[in-house]
Design a protein. Structure first.
Length: 364
């Protein structure tokens, strides 16, 4: 991080005269999943790490460099594990010449601070999740309830150019999205079974202080309240709220099953993550270095989707083993209730045309 300003001009000077790579690997996450190029931590990923980053080019062209990646995620969380996977791939693809040092647990500041610093170049890389929408407004399309209810739909959004809109907006802010991460699908825990919207009528549910999320659960007939996450477990134990919504990994790690007997697989919001780099820094790298970053990002993006699905299965089984009654939401019925909110909040993510393009891509 501290080295960036000093080394930027040096890298630009060294870049001149470099042999251009024959092929840049810029493979998007969803295309990777559709084509089956990569598997989660499996033999395909290992094979890629032992292959030169581009045909006819060896890692001898790659100069040594180390990047600092800021992350507010806790050590061992799914988001942090995927950042570590990215770091590992960068090292493997460059034969150890390129390194990404990860500073998790907010060691380099809050997520807002990371956003500011990655724009200015005070920070080289960062791992973002839901609050990325505070900066890149178009990324807020993922906050739309029941827009994405299956990971396979991400490929359709990619093909329709929806993800490219987010990338372009990020680059206008001097941020390069180099790979995808995820915090997964949000699910509902209660003490009464939930299958349809009417089952939430009168239920006091803790939600983030996100206006769209609040309006979503109000539309279902619930009563959303704002409680800090650090106080949520205690609030459930004291019956201050009847329900909450979070990804399965959070439900398990926070042991919400201690005070919630029912789990509804609602998939009402999919929360992606974004592995980012300062754009000026990315552009200053040699072709060989950028190829490593691009391929590591593509491998990570594919890994995230498969690892996320596997983690969901494992965490769901934990909830069942802890005695939770599991139900599955009537997705179409829930979506029909909140569809008017998509139009109402369209301006917050770039306008109605952008929202309609996403709807068309997913067949809504």
């Amino acid at each position: 991080m501290i080295r960036f300003a000093r080394n930027l001009q040096k890298r630009k000077n060294k870049k001149k005269g470099k042999k251009k790579m024959k092929k840049m690997l810029s493979v998007i996450l969803c295309v990777l999943m559709l084509s089956g190029m990569c598997a989660c931590g499996g033999s395909n990923s290992n094979q890629a790490s032992q292959t030169p980053v581009s045909p006819g080019n060896s890692t001898s062209e790659i100069e040594e460099i180390t990047f600092s990646l800021g992350d507010v995620s806790g050590t061992g969380t799914f988001l942090e594990q995927n950042a570590q996977f990215f770091s590992q791939k960068v090292s493997e693809l460059s034969d150890g010449k390129m390194k990404v040092e990860i500073f998790s647990d907010g060691l380099l500041g809050t997520e807002d601070a990371l956003m500011t610093n990655i724009q200015t170049g005070a920070l080289e890389m960062a791992n973002f999740s839901s609050t990325f929408t505070n900066l890149v407004k178009s990324a807020g399309i993922f906050d739309f309830p029941y827009l994405v209810t299956d990971r396979d739909q991400l490929a359709l959004l990619e093909e329709a150019g929806i993800i490219d809109v987010i990338r372009t907006e990020a680059e206008s802010l001097n941020i390069k999205i180099v790979g995808m991460n995820e915090n997964g699908f949000r699910q509902i825990t209660t003490n009464t079974p939930v299958v349809e919207p009417s089952d939430l009528k009168g239920v006091v549910i803790r939600t983030p202080s996100n206006s769209l999320r609040v309006k979503t659960f109000e539309a279902f007939g619930a009563t959303p309240i704002s409680i800090s996450f650090s106080e949520l477990y205690q609030s459930l134990s004291q019956h201050i709220c009847d329900a909450q919504e979070n990804p399965l990994a959070t439900i398990v790690s926070s042991q919400f099953y201690d005070y919630q007997s029912c789990l509804c697989i609602s998939n009402h919001v999919y929360t992606p993550g974004w592995i980012c780099m300062n754009l000026d820094l990315y552009n200053s790298l040699s072709d060989a270095q950028r190829a490593v970053i691009d391929e590591a990002g593509a491998l990570t993006s594919a890994h995230v989707l498969e690892a996320g699905a596997k983690a969901d299965e494992e965490n769901l089984q934990v909830c069942k083993d802890k005695g939770m009654q599991v139900t599955y939401a009537d997705v179409e019925e829930f979506r029909n209730v909140v569809l008017p909110l998509w139009d109402k909040f369209a301006d917050s993510v770039g306008g109605i045309d952008f929202v309609n393009a996403a709807k068309a891509a997913l067949g809504y």
